[in-house]
Design a protein around this ligand. Structure first.
Ligand code: WQD
Length: 343
């Protein structure tokens, strides 16, 4: 009997890739999304890739009544909770929107899981909880630092809420702390769709290569790194998606009623901004027009994961190289631009 997985935020960048991997791993997928930062056509693309159409429900999870109805209408064995607002700068400008949406959404999900006796939750967290890390690479024991923005704070508070819930109820929770997800599915049918001007590096690079953006600004080349630009742990979104399938198996196989576990989901390999630009140029043969600019407020100089714990306990390891990541992102940009060409 196939298990039913509720994927909140399942039409988003990471949620859609995870829905594909879940279906291909033999799960039934129910996507709940408010479509505030994604498009319903993603459901068609998931069906095109897998041959199976996930169930879809449009819902605002910060609304308790609507969330209750969602759980009433479907039999759910586990929840993977992606649904959240994710933009650092937007969260600084609109903290109430972020605390309401991200925290009320989680609280409503947890209330309904309690009401319906659903015990298994995978939560989408972020390496931003480490702030300026005391040690590199970061392990899951690296101290959490005070959040530098409301977005990061919602992730930290959510982790604390989940920990408390596992101590006082049958809830089992696995927290995945993502590093920098980039790239796209090999079909180029799904990928990252930035809202407005891309905040993240690779979508800005691919839009510059496509001629949508004039010039990429490299935010700072005076950091204490090999080439002066920031270091990050970039991870292929498909590798990241697969870590959720591994986390689900871990949950279903683990009978410990108070399971609460945290995993860094990264490659363990740091790359600089210039490394990413150079990789993109060598893979595509295109030159990226970029210039050095001042540092971006809020950026940490360097962070990358020690991914050993996920490798040992989840039996999961990132497989894709940086070249494969940037190549898949470029293929996606070409497909997306072609699909959205002005008539
Ligand atoms: C990467 C590097 C920039 C754009 C983000 C989220 C974080 C987490 C991971 C969810 C930095 C530089 C970028 C540009 C640049 N997501 N850059 N020019 O900030 O490391 O993390 O994704 O949890 O919350 O903030 O990713 O891609 O924005 O930046 O030079 O036009 O690229 O300064 O050094 P970031 P990013």
């Amino acid at each position: 009997m196939k298990k039913n997985i509720l994927v909140t935020g399942g039409t988003g960048f990471i949620g859609s890739h995870t829905s594909v991997e879940l279906i291909e791993a033999g799960y039934n997928v129910l996507i709940a999304d408010d479509l505030s930062n994604s498009d319903i056509s993603v459901v068609d693309k998931i069906e095109q890739i897998t041959g199976i159409r996930p169930t879809f429900v449009k819902v605002d999870l910060s609304n308790a009544e609507l969330t209750h109805r969602l759980f009433e209408q479907e039999q759910i064995d586990a929840v993977i909770h992606f649904a959240a607002k994710i933009y650092v700068d937007e969260s600084v400008r609109q903290p109430l929107l972020y605390y309401k949406n991200n925290l009320c959404g989680l609280l409503n999900i947890l209330q309904e899981m309690k009401n319906f006796g659903i015990k298994n939750l995978v939560f989408s967290s972020s390496c931003t909880v480490y702030g300026v890390a005391d040690q590199l690479p970061v392990t899951e024991q690296t101290p959490i630092k005070p959040a530098t923005c409301p977005y990061g704070n919602t992730k930290q508070i959510s982790e604390e809420i989940l920990h408390d819930m596992t101590l006082s109820s049958p809830l089992k929770a696995v927290i995945l702390r993502y590093f920098n997800p980039i790239g796209a599915h090999s079909s180029a049918l799904i990928g990252e769709v930035p809202k407005g001007v891309p905040q993240h590096l690779l979508p800005y690079i691919t839009q510059t290569a496509m001629g949508i953006r004039e010039c990429l600004q490299v935010f700072g080349n005076d950091y204490q790194t090999k080439d002066g630009t920031c270091l990050r742990d970039y991870i292929h979104v498909v590798d990241l998606a697969k870590s959720h399938v591994a986390a689900l198996s871990y949950l279903f196989d683990n009978q410990d009623n108070n399971l609460f576990d945290v995993f860094n989901i990264g490659t363990g390999e740091p790359y600089s901004v210039l490394d990413v630009i150079n990789a993109f140029e060598s893979v595509t043969g295109l030159k990226i027009n970029y210039k050095m600019a001042t540092r971006r407020p809020g950026d940490v100089e360097k962070i990358w994961a020690n991914p050993t714990k996920a490798q040992q306990i989840l039996n999961w390891k990132a497989q894709h190289t940086l070249s494969q990541m940037v190549e898949s992102a470029w293929k996606w940009q070409q497909y997306f631009s072609n699909q959205n060409k002005k008539p």
